[in-house]
Write a protein that binds this ligand. Sequence first.
Ligand SMILES: C[S@@+](CC[C@H](N)C(=O)[O-])C[C@H]1O[C@@H](n2cnc3c(N)ncnc32)[C@H](O)[C@@H]1O
Ligand code: SF4
Length: 443
Amino acid sequence: MRKRTPPRRIAKPQPLGPVMTYAVDGLTHEAKGVARLQGKVTFIEGALPGETVTAQVTKAGRRFDEAVLKDILEPSPDRMDPACSHFHQCGGCSFQHLTNEKQLAAKADWLQGQLRHLITTQDLELLSDVSIGYRRRARLSIHRKNGKTVLGYRGKASNDIVSIERCIVLTERLQKVFASLKSALLEDELAVILGHIELLEDTKGVSVVFRLTSPLVNELKKQWDNWAQAQDVSVYWQAPKSSKADVTLDSMRYYDLKDRDLGEIRLIYHPQDFTQVNATMNQKMVTQAMDWLNLNDQDVVLDLFCGVGNFSLPLAQRARTVIGVELQESMVDHARKNAQLNHMDNVSFIAADLTKSFQNELSNEQVTKVLLDPPRAGAFEFLDSIIKIGPIQILYVSCNASTLARDAEYLVAKGYRVLRVSLMDMFPQTSHVETMMLLQKKK
Ligand SMILES: C[S@@+](CC[C@H](N)C(=O)[O-])C[C@H]1O[C@@H](n2cnc3c(N)ncnc32)[C@H](O)[C@@H]1O
Ligand code: SF4
């Protein structure tokens, strides 16, 4: 007899609490106001420190409650009207109700808190740029309900897709393509066979990746190729069940990095490879990394989690040798191609999983400096290997301050000290914080 799957327990929605008045005195890094009522902490989405608000508890826990904002009785002087009309529904931004200056102050506060065992308040440097129109890539969700197509992003409070008319954090060119795409797609049969859509802008221009859930008939493809031509964008099709769009070398994307003294580098990549989302900040970040590492022609540098060579190639312009390490074989291929295209023969790449040790392949090199740029999980598993290699300096680029704090505290315990730290505002209007930290081996 076939076993029956037991019915899934669905958590009962909690009844809403009464509307209460709260004095807000803090802000979480996810932009929730923090208030205390009779000793219990309540997180209120959308409330700011210094405000008196009314709110209603939606989730009561043992240690804290979560509440929705009802009314602002006394607003903070730092409050501003969100520039985007979708702000209250869309899950993309969390900070638009706070001035840019205060957004940065809140991020700096939070980062200092995370790194409290490593730095003092004066230590934090800041790298920032424009606060809207900066995103060069975005993933649009698509959903069809009762014959209607909804195109946009996931919502703030739920997984539902919020219909977006205009997204002001996208680059201007992407905003225009988004608008044209939306009006062409909503009534079109292509919408029925799409999983999601990726928009991308780089030095080559704008491109759109359509992820198909069913095969595409020729006529529809022709129609969309015409749309792409009229919009001057490239279209890539990701076939159903394949992990990436099929892209020939000729139709790869590319972006350029400029160096003050050493000229330009062009990096090719697959449209679905990892690339930094904020092009201007990426350029600034790479320049800062080169300045901080202050390389010379004797340096041997390891670039860990190197992607397609975003740091490796600029490093190779200065150092004697650079070795890049990356998990994805296809990105390693692109990184090698990039070295070739830029006529660099002092950089090589290894495909390896950095959660595992593979030191033997590196043991012939006297590595002087290491740059690492891991995903959110950090690089803890590889730290002992780095310590064994014993570089003079380690430059850590991080998208998650709590794993950075953990890893840096370990490195400090093993004989390194923190020289410089910078908050890099890669994603204004959101709560994301990127950090660069330079560590030096103690004598
Ligand atoms: C934050 S990205 C940085 C990429 C590159 N440094 C850049 O600036 O474009 C992290 C990279 O680490 C790679 N990665 C993720 N897990 C890894 C692992 N276990 N071992 C090696 N590389 C990994 C990802 O494929 C991605 O390219
Ligand atoms: S991600 Fe775009 S649409 Fe969403 S709130 Fe931010 S600016 Fe508005």
